[in-house]
Design a protein around this ligand. Structure first.
Ligand SMILES: *Cc1c(COP(=O)(O)O)cnc(C)c1O
Length: 226
């Protein structure tokens, strides 16, 4: 596992961007076994696990035992899985509708918990991607503001599937602009910009990413069960 090498690349990209702030490293552990995750957890440069399915995370959490790092939900969340997600995860990074935000808020309230969340934006316009459209982002942001059992930490996006660096950077720049606008209008800090994966994390860092989500580069190619 080459976590240290990836971390070196993260820091080099940050230096190239002329930044001094810290960038979180999320190990995207979907399809990986609890044993592989235990190995990743040993690296101090890894800050979180990222899982994209509630059910998979549930079965792994049982066998995993105590985790010294937080688990983030980075995949699309259906309303009927919101309760499980609030129970299992330390943060939910894929809030993409007012209804989902309200449901998570209500359930977190029942548990006496404040749930940290990110709002996911579809900045590429690709139909297969989840996330609120940039046009509807303000509406979602304003609907989340009054919720008291949710703590809004920032925004998340998945870059476009393309070789065009220009298009990839434009997608990340759009997320940063939405975040800056929301920060100005609300006075909230919104410290997290979760963007960048194995193939594009360096570009994301140049556009201001504070959190990269790396799966393939860390664990190797994913093998999906049939
Ligand atoms: C799978 C996944 C990643 C990691 O992708 P890699 O290309 O394997 O690094 C990051 N973010 C999300 C939302 C994912 O679903």
């Amino acid at each position: 596992m080459n976590a240290e090498e990836i971390y070196t690349r993260i820091q080099a990209a940050r230096d190239r961007a002329g930044r001094k702030d810290s960038i979180n490293f999320v190990a995207v552990s979907k399809t990986r076994t609890a044993d592989e995750m235990k190995e990743a957890e040993k690296f101090t440069c890894i800050d979180f696990f990222g899982e994209n399915r509630v059910q998979e995370a549930e079965s792994k959490r049982e066998s995993y035992g105590v985790s010294s790092i937080g688990w983030r939900l980075i995949g699309h969340l259906q309303g009927n899985k919101a309760r499980k997600a609030v129970e299992l995860f330390d943060t939910i990074d894929s809030i993409d509708s007012p209804e989902l935000a309200e449901r998570v808020d209500r359930i977190a309230g029942e548990y006496g918990k404040i749930m940290p969340v990110l709002l996911e934006v579809n900045t590429s316009g690709e139909a297969a991607k989840s996330g609120i459209s940039p046009e509807d982002f303000t509406m979602l942001f304003e609907s989340v503001m009054p919720l008291r059992n949710i703590r809004l930490d920032g925004l998340m996006t998945v870059g476009p599937l393309t070789d065009s660096e220009r298009d990839i950077r434009a997608s990340f720049a759009l997320l940063r602009e939405l975040s800056e606008r929301a920060r100005r209008s609300s006075g909230l800090e919104l410290p997290v910009l979760s963007m960048g994966m194995s193939g594009d994390f360096e570009l994301a860092i140049l556009e201001g990413s504070t959190m990269v989500r790396i799966g393939t580069l860390l664990f190797g190619p994913r093998h999906y069960a049939q």
